[in-house]
Design a protein. Structure first.
Length: 100
């Protein structure tokens, strides 16, 4: 599934900037919603299954790794910057899975 997600991201990067943001947001929300579900349900984590947060994080990483639109104005923010902030789950993941 990571390969498909990466492929979709490459295609979306070819869109005009104003169209990239809603498309990438929707793609990321799907992955992030699964992470939010894991956080709220407190299910047992099983590696390689839908309860493994690594699967969803890998997919999110693939999206941002492969979304490389052409940016002509260096003063203009990357179109994915706002999306990354919106779907950020790192703080909640840290609190749930990485507490000492």
């Amino acid at each position: 599934m990571v390969i498909v997600t990466a492929g979709v991201s490459i295609i979306l990067a070819k869109l005009p900037h104003e169209e990239i943001i809603p498309a990438i947001t929707e793609l990321c929300r799907f992955q992030a919603s699964s992470l939010w579900t894991l956080l709220s349900n407190r299910r047992q984590i099983e590696r390689g299954t839908k309860t493994d947060p690594v699967i969803w994080l890998d997919r999110l990483a693939a999206i941002f790794k492969h979304t490389n639109p052409q940016i002509d104005d260096p003063n203009k923010p990357h179109p994915c910057e706002s999306v990354l902030t919106e779907v950020s789950v790192a703080k909640n993941l840290e609190a749930k899975f990485f507490t000492c």
